[in-house]
Structure formats: structure tokens, C-alpha cells
Design a protein around this ligand. Structure first.
Ligand code: SF4
Length: 180
């Protein structure tokens, strides 16, 4: 017997020869299993991400093997490493260049909170400049932790509304960052 597990079917109405569900659930599953990450790696956590992409951990199993180094063709920003305050505007610009829908993962202590670098020159968490959907703890987080964070993003993507950008809650969040 094959041990390959298929994606669970979304809730719907099932009968002999037919299966009906809503289009937002189908699109959610499609999006969640074809995320295009943009790795914004500045230091050691980026090395863990390289391991996450390698055959042993193989992020491709989640449909995310197509990394994008252009924000225009990415929908998941993965920030891995120490972000100096000078890098802040660059990171924000990369985020702004991504089209909706977009999600953000802060990988590791540095991206999440500045980590051990409690100094004048380091941003104390990327959520000071852009909204973050999932935080992955660790210094560095192991590839398993990065994959766990990625799976949390997938759950969000599956359940979020098709037009996330039109939701008042999301617009309020962006407005709190001064983003239109
Ligand atoms: S969290 Fe730790 S491992 Fe990751 S970039 Fe910061 S110092 Fe390096």
C-alpha cells in the first residue's frame, strides 16, 4: 500500500459520482499548496532555510519549491536573519512590491524580536515595519520548525477569504503600518 497522503478534501456535499464545495475552499487549497516563497535571508537562519530546501527536508513536498527572488512573483515573504535598521526600508519596499494576497513569516529570534542583538542598530522585530502572520521561534530554528511555521501559513491561506485585502480587519492592520 502506498504511504503517499493526498490533500484532504474540503468540506462539501458528496454523493455517487459528484462532489460539490465552494470555490473559495478550492482556491484556498490551491493557494496553500502552491505558495511561492521569497527568502529574505540575511544571516545564519538563512542557512537553516537552505537545509529546509535540501532533499532531506524537501520543502518541495508542500508545493513551495519554486522560490522567487522577485517580489512581483512571490506570495510568501520569509524573513530569516538579523535585520539592521538600515535594512528596514529595503525589507518594507520588498513587502510593498508583493501583490495581494501575500503572507509574511518571521523565521528565528532575530526576525521576530531582534534576538540577542538588543542594540541601537538592529530592528527589534520586523513587525515594527511590516505585518507578520507567523513567527517561528529559535536561534536558529531547525528545519522542522521552519516547516511547522510554513504549515501554519498554509492553514491560514486555506481558511482566509478569497479577497483578504478587502476585509476591514486586514485593511485596519495595513493602515496601522501606514500601508494603503
Ligand atoms: S535567530 Fe540566531 S541563528 Fe537566526 S539569524 Fe539570529 S542569531 Fe542567527
Amino acid at each position: 500500500m502506498s504511504d503517499i497522503q493526498l490533500v484532504d478534501a474540503p468540506p462539501g456535499v458528496e454523493g455517487a459520482g459528484f462532489f460539490a464545495t465552494s470555490i473559495d475552499k478550492v482556491i484556498g487549497i490551491g493557494r496553500a499548496n502552491s505558495l511561492w516563497p521569497l527568502p529574505f535571508a540575511t544571516s545564519c537562519c538563512g542557512i537553516e532555510f537552505m537545509a529546509t530546501m535540501s532533499p532531506h527536508y524537501d520543502l518541495a513536498r508542500f508545493g513551495a519549491e519554486r522560490l522567487s527572488f522577485s517580489p512581483r512573483q512571490a506570495d510568501l515573504l520569509m524573513v530569516m536573519g538579523t535585520i539592521a535598521k538600515k535594512m528596514g526600508p529595503v525589507l518594507r519596499q520588498v513587502y510593498l512590491q508583493m501583490a495581494e494576497p501575500r503572507w509574511v513569516m518571521a523565521v528565528g529570534a532575530c526576525a521576530s524580536s531582534g534576538g540577542i542583538f538588543d542594540t541601537y542598530s538592529v530592528l527589534q522585530g520586523i513587525d515594527e515595519i511590516i505585518p507578520v502572520d507567523v513567527y517561528v521561534p529559535g536561534c536558529p530554528p531547525r528545519p522542522e520548525a521552519i516547516i511547522d511555521g510554513f504549515m501554519h501559513i498554509q492553514e491560514l491561506v486555506k481558511t482566509e477569504s478569497l479577497r483578504r485585502r478587502n476585509e476591514p480587519q486586514y485593511q485596519k492592520l495595513l493602515a496601522s503600518y501606514g500601508i494603503q
